[in-house]
Structures are given as C-alpha cells and as structure tokens.
Design a protein around this ligand. Structure first.
Ligand code: IFG
Length: 467
C-alpha cells in the first residue's frame, strides 16, 4: 500500500482481491469524475451499477467537502463521497492502488479519508522564465494526482509580465517580450489563461493569480513610463537581483493602472483569491508601502476577490478576509508576521527553509538557490504546519513555491519539484498521527516507476529506496 498522501484511515480486508474483469465498466454518479476515470483507465462508462466493476457513488454519510470512502471488494470497487472533489480524490487513491501495469489487481481494503488542511498548493513562477500553457497543464495534472488543490501562478515580476490585459497592451508587447537571461519570454492571452483555469477546475485545482507589487515591477515600469517615480521607463531587466523596483506610490495613474489590471485578471479568475505580492519592496519607503497597501487592498476587494499577499503585507492594516503567505525561515518570526498574527490574519505557510522548491537538494544539485539552505525530500516532509506559528494562528494550509530564476526547462521543473512536492502534499493532507518519514519514503519509492512512465524526470533522492 503506497498511497501518497497517506489516507487518514485504512483497514486492509484480508483474503479479498479485486481483479479487473475483461469486460469491466465504470458506473459514476458524477459525469465529470466518471469521464476522468474512464479516460485514465481506458474503460467504458456504464449506466447500470449492477454490472460495474468500479462505482463512483454520491453519499451524504461521508465527511466534508473533500472527503471520500473507498471500499475494495472481490467483485466491485466503490468510491463514495458527498462532492465531485471527494470522488476525484477517491479516484486518485484508486489510481495509486492499481498497479502501473497488468495484472490489474487490488487487495481488499476499507479507506476513509479527508484532508487536514483546505489549502494545499504549489506555485509556479512563469515570470522569471516563461512556461507556456502545455507546461502549466502538465504541472496541474501531476499536482492534482497528489490531491493538491491550488496552483498559484506568479504572473509578473521585474523580468517579465505574463498575462495580457486588453486595456494595457504594452504589458504583453513590451513586458512579455523578455525573461531572465534575455530570452524572448512570452505571455498568456486571456484565452490561454482561461484554458489553464478550466483545466485546473476539472481537476479541482483553484488558480491563484499573482500581480506582484509595489516591488518586483520592472516589467510594468518598462511598459508604462508614467508608473515610474521620475516618469521615465527603466531598461528591461534580465538578471536575477531583487528589490530594486517600485511603482510610483503618489501618482493617481498608478492606481488607475492597477485598477485596469486587477479588473481584467479578476474577471478571468473564477477562484476567490487574487495575490498582490508585496514582497521585497526594498525601494519603497515604509510609509509609501503602507499608503500603497491602503489604496490597493480595497481595489482588489472591490472585484469580490480575497486579497492574498506575501507576509510583508502584515505591516499594513488588514482588509477583511485577507490571507498572508508566510515565507520566513527559522524559529524567529519577523515583525510583519507578528503584526499579521496580531491582526488576526489567515495564513498559508510556505516556510522558505522547508518548501521553497527552487532550493538545491544538496550542494551537488546542478541548479537552484541555496539562500534558504539545502532542502531534501525529508526536509519537505519533517515539519508540522500546525506548530510552525504560535498556537491559535489561523492556518488555511500549505503552498510550495517554485521560483524560476534558474529553471528553464520542464526537466528542470521535474528535478526540483518531484519528489519533494509529494512530501508537501502529505504534509498538507494527512493527519499528523499518520505521518512517519520511514513509512513515507517506503511508499514514495513505488512512485518512481510511475513518474518514469508519465515522463516526469524526478530527482532520484538517495534517501528514498526507489522501486
Ligand atoms: N525571494 C523572492 C522571490 C524569489 C525567491 C528565490 C519571495 C516571496 C527569493 N520573493 O520569495 O521573487 O526571487 O528563492
């Protein structure tokens, strides 16, 4: 039994084995999840449960919006859930219980499962290096197999602007035209972004778009000179430094611009969240930063979206419902985090020394940062989101960011993201009592061959006894 994340309750049923019958059909009370499973197993959908080898059934006696029950008997496998999301997660567990190749048998088991945290995410920085729709869809496909339900897209930064805004065409034309190292960059049209959102929704993944500001804004500053304090556009930036850019905080044109951008991105985003960044605003004075955040948070809220910001935003007055994304490291909390705690902010945890996937595994990892330390798969696993912040903190969940200063290919993404993201997925989903590094690494070993079959060039972390 090598399911990752490990389910909350598993009871093997000895002496029972389900064998995939030659004429197997699937019956599903959810058209979407049924279609997903039918495609994954290349099996037909039936309209009569009596003959189904696998049944996906709605049931109100299963806990929560994402919980499911899964029963494997000799003649039928039944997944039961209250919602499509629950059925989807039961199907992910079933796909992991099935061997990657024939003979397709599953040992009898009773599973009852539900997530510990509601927010279980990854972030892809498409600004430093641009990655097109197909790469993002592939990323969504893989992360949803591990029951993650959020993909945060870091759409804008100094080196690039990656989402077209009709009212501000220079953002794509100029801001989207380059990237770290000077390549041609790229951007998502509204249609392409909508394709990503739809693909994610079909896998119960919410897209969180980030427009980082007032720092990390050089690409916008190049595109619209009036956004600059001195009214002059700086040169495009293709390096990897941070902290040198700022919007002009005291120009009304800045807030008109932000209104146009936020309105466009919110209109394309069905999810509840809009991330405004707020990190490393080293070229914005503290006073100007507070002025800026007092102006911008209501602009976002006016679209109906919930504001998300990196934890530096904690210094600014809280707008209702705000989510603070913590990226600190080490036991000491900085002033902004303490300010957020005292304002009753809600948190998503991205401790840089635990889940920053752009960090090297060890000194000899060919690409990546090391400013937050080396992060092995075990580093990603051996921490508890329930005790990272002081007791009483309102923690919604966990998110593992992949910054792409040093990431240029899908092989680079795979190397840094897998297997560490699977560890983060278990941290975010499974109950603490079910978490144990030795058991986890044994289960994770079975995922190597499956990643290879799916063309995922994962890092064979030597701490895992790969199958
Ligand atoms: N910090 C910056 C990122 C990226 C990162 C690389 C945050 C919130 C260092 N901000 O992490 O833009 O450069 O590890």
């Amino acid at each position: 039994m090598h399911v990752v994340p490990v389910p909350a309750h598993i009871v093997p049923v000895p002496g029972v084995t389900w064998v995939l019958p030659p004429d197997a059909v699937i019956r599903s009370e959810s058209a979407d999840v049924g279609a997903y499973l039918a495609e994954a197993l290349r099996l037909p959908l039936a309209d009569d449960r009596s003959e189904a080898a696998i049944a996906l059934v709605r049931s109100d006696d299963v806990d929560g919006d994402e919980g499911y029950a899964l029963e494997v008997d000799a003649d039928v496998i039944v997944v039961r859930a209250r919602t499509d999301a629950g059925l989807f997660y039961g199907v992910q567990t079933l796909l992991q219980l099935l061997p990657p190749s024939a003979p397709f048998t599953v040992a009898g088991v009773r599973i009852a499962d539900a997530p510990r945290f509601a927010y279980r995410g990854a972030m892809l920085d498409v600004a430093r290096h641009f990655f097109g729709v197909e790469v993002v869809l592939r990323f969504i496909d893989e992360l949803s197999r591990y029951k993650l339900n959020v993909l945060h897209l870091h759409l804008t930064d100094d080196q690039g602007w990656r989402i077209a805004v009709d009212k501000r065409p220079e953002l794509a034309r100029i801001g989207g035209a380059t990237q770290v190292g000077g390549g041609t960059g790229g951007f998502f049209t509204a249609d392409e972004y909508s394709r990503i959102v739809a693909y994610a929704a079909a896998r119960h993944v919410t897209i969180v778009p980030e427009i980082d500001m007032p720092g990390h804004t050089n690409a916008a500053l190049v595109s619209y000179p009036e956004l600059n304090v001195d009214g002059a556009a700086p040169p495009a930036y293709t390096g990897v430094d941070v902290g040198f850019s700022t919007f002009a905080v005291h120009r009304e044109t800045t807030y008109e611009f932000i209104g146009d951008v936020v309105e466009a991105v919110a209109a394309l985003t069905p999810g509840p969240y809009l991330h405004i960044g707020g990190d490393e605003a080293q070229s914005t004075s503290t006073e100007d930063y507070l002025t800026f955040m007092r102006r911008v948070q209501p602009i976002v809220a006016a679209t109906g979206k919930t504001v998300v910001g990196w934890h530096q935003i904690g210094a600014a007055p809280r707008i209702a419902g705000r989510i603070v994304q913590y990226w600190g490291r080490g036991p000491e909390l900085d002033d902004e985090t303490r300010a957020a705690l005292s304002q009753g902010d809600r948190f998503v945890l991205s401790p840089a020394d635990k889940v920053y996937l752009d960090m090297k595994y060890t000194a000899d990892t060919p690409i990546g940062h090391d400013w937050a330390g080396y992060i092995t798969t075990r580093t990603c696993y051996d921490w508890d989101p329930g005790t990272l912040l002081p007791a009483g903190a309102d923690v919604l969940g966990v998110e593992a960011p992949l910054w792409t200063e040093f990431v240029t290919t899908t092989a680079d993404i795979d190397l840094l993201v897998f297997p560490r993201l699977a560890a983060v997925a278990e941290v975010a989903w499974s109950p603490p009592v079910a978490r144990d590094w030795d058991a986890f690494r044994g289960r994770l070993a079975a995922h190597g061959p499956r990643w290879t079959m799916r063309g995922v060039a994962f890092h064979p972390d030597p701490e895992i006894p790969w199958a």
